[in-house]
Design a binder for this molecule. Structure first.
Ligand SMILES: [Zn+2]
Length: 437
């Protein structure tokens, strides 16, 4: 009864204006939300157990009887991983007819993860995002410019869908050189700007030199940002810069910051969140289950990001509970100004560089503005030219990382060290993230 009621409230909310739906969701009592999540979880679980070959076989192998499961935490040590998506391919996860696909770039392996969706799912994410953007202050009178990268990335599609519900004017620049983008933007004078954090930092630097105009809000997504860098962007534009936390696998937004900037308000209508193996401070790997997907639902998907769930209310008064700012990656992949990079990227960059040994370590820092990637490489003998060879490999093998370097979104330093200098313990940590976020 309660579930049917909350389902109906949501149905009305999603058809209402962004202002109306934000209000309606805000009025949903916690008990109703929990009932809605539970019903949606059981529906999703029954769907995958019946139609997805991956889940059918995995549940059998784990001895899971889905009719007895009421909450993801009852699934014991069963999880879905990014590796499962890569090894089995999207077809094994399908329960409905797909109409579009997005891919993750880079990550821990050169094989992208492909995730398929329907247009209905895209519209549902669009209406939910429209309500969230409304709460952040976006209105019909606004002019939005998006510099989100359009190739295979889900964010521009979700943003486009959301903006259509808000009804504001918007232009899509794609991820182009911030200096070029500035020359175009000056004609539109957008009041709201979307882009990746490292792109935003460079763009703010250019605007600081050439002149700004009144901006209401900057919305960044796709990677984390150091607070010092965020403050610098906000100082230039005299406007708040808020972060969206999402993943392609989640179809965009898992959570969105409010003006308090104390974690992301989570999207509890579409996901059930858990923390895998939390430490004493509550931090552990984020795990989520999709609740409203009918093409490629995911059960207990390991996000590879380390965070914690915040149940206390936020000072902003918004109903949605929060996820803390992501502290680190659970695997060795890092998301930075260079892009999404894992150990395989550096193996590939060093392949064939004459004199470079197999031992290397990448250390990430932030100079207050930009991410600095220092690649320490063990080199036999004196070979200063190894640096040029490595840079040539980046240019040739990773055009996206090279483009970001040319755009000044990060700094890449190559530091040759003597053989044996890096491995001091049994295991060499390949990527060391020392950025203070
Ligand atoms: Zn808040």
């Amino acid at each position: 009864m309660l579930t049917r009621l909350t389902d109906r409230i949501e149905g009305v909310a999603l058809r209402a204006s962004p202002a109306g739906s934000a209000r309606l969701f805000g009025a949903l009592p916690p008990r109703a939300l929990a009932a809605l999540q539970a019903a949606r979880f059981r529906r999703t679980l029954a769907l995958v157990a019946e139609r997805s070959t991956f889940y059918r076989e995995a549940f059998r192998a784990h001895g899971i009887r889905v009719d007895r499961i009421r909450h993801p935490s009852q699934l014991g040590d069963f999880y879905t991983t990014g590796e499962d998506l890569r090894t089995h391919g999207p077809d094994a996860f399908l329960v409905g007819r797909p109409e579009t696909a997005f891919e993750t770039t880079g990550t821990t392996s050169p094989v992208p993860k492909r995730v398929l969706f329907s247009n209905r799912e895209l519209n549902a994410m669009g209406t939910a995002s429209a309500a969230a953007l409304y709460l952040m202050g976006l209105r019909r009178e606004d002019v939005v410019l998006s510099a989100f990268d359009c190739s295979f990335w889900v964010s521009p599609a979700v943003a486009r869908s959301a903006l259509q519900y808000i009804g504001c004017f918007h232009v899509e620049a794609g991820k182009i050189d911030p200096a070029d983008c500035y020359a175009h933007e000056i004609n539109y004078k957008p009041t709201v700007i979307f882009g990746e954090p490292s792109w935003m930092v460079r763009f703010a630097q250019i605007a600081g030199e050439r002149g700004t105009w009144p901006v209401k809000l900057l919305l960044a997504g796709g990677e984390n940002i150091a607070e010092t860098a965020r403050r610098e962007v906000e100082r230039v534009w005299r406007a708040p810069m808020l972060l969206n936390y999402g993943q392609t696998e989640a179809f965009g937004s898992l959570g969105l910051e409010c003006l308090e900037r104390q974690g992301y308000h989570r999207n509890d209508l579409h996901f059930l969140f858990e923390i895998h193996a939390p430490g004493e401070d509550g931090y552990g790997e984020l795990v989520y289950t999709t609740l409203t997907r009918d093409v490629m639902p995911l059960i207990r998907y390991r996000a590879s990001d380390v965070t914690r769930l915040i149940e206390e209310p936020c000072a902003c008064g918004l109903f949605a509970r929060r996820l803390a700012k992501v502290r680190a990656r659970a695997d060795e992949m890092v998301v930075c100004g260079m892009g999404n990079v894992g150990p395989w990227v550096f193996d590939e960059i060093l392949r064939g560089a004459d004199g470079a040994d197999s031992e290397w370590q990448a250390v990430l820092t932030n100079d207050g503005r930009y991410d600095v990637v220092e690649l320490r490489v063990e080199v036999r003998g004196s070979r200063p030219e190894v640096r040029d060879e490595i840079l040539a490999n980046v240019r040739e093998r990773f055009p996206d990382f090279w483009k970001n370097l040319q755009m000044g979104l990060y700094e890449l330093r190559v530091t040759p060290v003597a053989p044996g200098a890096l491995r001091t313990g049994r295991k060499l940590r390949r990527i060391v993230d020392q950025r203070t976020l």
